[in-house]
Ligand binder design. Structure first.
Ligand code: 1CP
Length: 373
């Protein structure tokens, strides 16, 4: 899920003045982009404006964002020899602008909504490093993985170290939760995930500053969800290719879930958006620990008005469900809250805000979001 970007005219206006990397490196402009969706919509959190690939530029692989083509890595890493060229970096020194943006945004938000930081998971970042850019079938990546597992694991280890420091730097600068994007990991079989990815993703997640919630996101991951849970995270991202109810049950309801709406639905009419969003809320059944979200980022062709309509609908429905629960409305009348009543008769938050003041802004704005199962 990305919420800033080209579908917003105010973002396009800034992009006329700055190249993408330039925008990321200019903390004032990047803070402005982070705040754009917050000003326009009643979203419940801000997502730092940066990119998962920023750490690669100082590592010396030649990162470019070509017009219209997405990211390009000029010197991909496909052998042990290539790996030796990779420069060891300390993100705090190599990409200081990211932390400066986090500090600026956190100050500007003034506690109204929490700030989410993020990084790419080692597999997804490695896939760009090895492929040299976006890919359909990840053949170079798999070739390295299968043909030279030692080099693969070493590359992943290098990325783990950078990612842990990158995330903890964002947390020290003000991020109150972090999201680990394993956007393209769905290309792997469960066995390959377990052997080549899981230990590294787990190392990143266990390295995150204790007490800070981690959202572990992927797409095309229907077959990988239990393994992603094993790797870690307080919240597991779901795309739209899974049934939320079934997917959550396969996670034993032991973690929170986020997502599930196909971002392409936002291209449909508002009544259709409403119908699809309500279907997801019904599947979540009011169970505490569902964070409504898109299953992936907002498409460039999306009308901002449709995003606004979705955000408003979710708030309206969530506050109805919560009010119903607080007033002890019988579950038959309000099927959305049936599970919450059964599991948590007082409707009490599992993590009271007194114990975790960092979460209080999120709780205030959307009491459904806060509760962990
Ligand atoms: O103006 C432009 O053309 C740039 C488009 C763009 C934007 C708005 C890129 C290039 N990155 C971003 C910002 C960004 N990237 C955010 C900002 C925060 C927000 O949404 O509010 C985030 C969270 C990301 C994360 C990111 N970058 C991911 C993981 C999330 C996902 O969508 O899967 C990935 C895979 C990237 C790589 C990347 N950077 C940019 C593009 C176009 C891509 C994807 C290319 C591809 O499809 O392979």
């Amino acid at each position: 899920m990305r919420q800033a970007g080209r579908y917003l005219p105010e973002y396009r206006a800034l992009r006329e003045r700055f190249g993408f990397l330039e925008l990321c490196k200019n903390s004032e402009a990047a803070s402005e982009v982070t705040l754009q969706p917050i000003r326009r919509f009643e979203v419940d959190a801000a997502i730092l404006f940066a990119d998962i690939l920023l750490v690669l530029e100082p590592m010396g692989v030649g990162l470019k964002f070509a017009k219209g083509d997405g990211p390009v890595i000029e010197r991909p890493v496909r052998s042990r020899e290539d790996l030796r060229r990779l420069i060891a970096i300390d993100p705090l020194e190599a990409v200081p602008f990211v932390f400066e943006t986090a500090r600026t945004v956190r100050r500007a938000l003034g506690g109204r909504v929490p700030l989410i930081g993020f990084a790419g998971a080692p597999f997804t970042v490695a896939s760009y490093v090895v492929e040299g850019g976006a890919s359909r079938d990840y053949l170079h990546t798999k070739q390295l993985m299968y043909g030279d597992p030692e080099t693969w694991h070493e590359l992943m280890q290098r990325l783990v170290d950078v990612t842990v420091r990158y995330l903890n730097g964002q947390i020290a600068a003000g991020a109150q939760a972090v999201q680990l994007f394993d956007s393209w990991v769905g290309t792997l079989s469960p066995d390959d995930y377990r052997a080549f990815v899981l230990p590294h993703s787990r190392a990143v997640i266990t390295g995150v500053t204790p007490g800070v919630p981690v959202i572990h996101f992927g797409t095309g991951t229907a077959a990988l969800l239990p393994l992603m849970r094993e790797a870690g995270g307080d919240v597991i991202g779901l795309d739209w290719r899974v049934d939320l109810r079934e997917a959550w049950a396969r996670l034993d309801h032991a973690v929170a879930v986020q997502g599930n709406l196909d971002p392409a639905v936002l291209l449909a009419s508002p009544p259709e958006i409403r119908r699809r969003a309500e279907a997801i809320l019904a599947r979540a059944g009011g169970r505490p620990g569902h964070i409504f979200n898109l299953g992936h980022g907002v498409h460039q062709q999306t009308s901002p008005d449709h995003v606004a309509a979705l955000v408003d609908l979710v708030h309206e429905r969530s506050s109805l469900a919560v009010r119903g629960a607080a007033e002890g409305e019988p579950s038959e009348k309000n099927p959305n809250i049936a599970h919450r009543e059964k599991r948590n008769p007082e409707g009490a938050a599992c993590e009271p805000s007194e114990k975790n003041p960092e979460n209080s802004a999120l709780e205030k704005r959307n009491p459904v979001v806060r509760r962990r199962p």
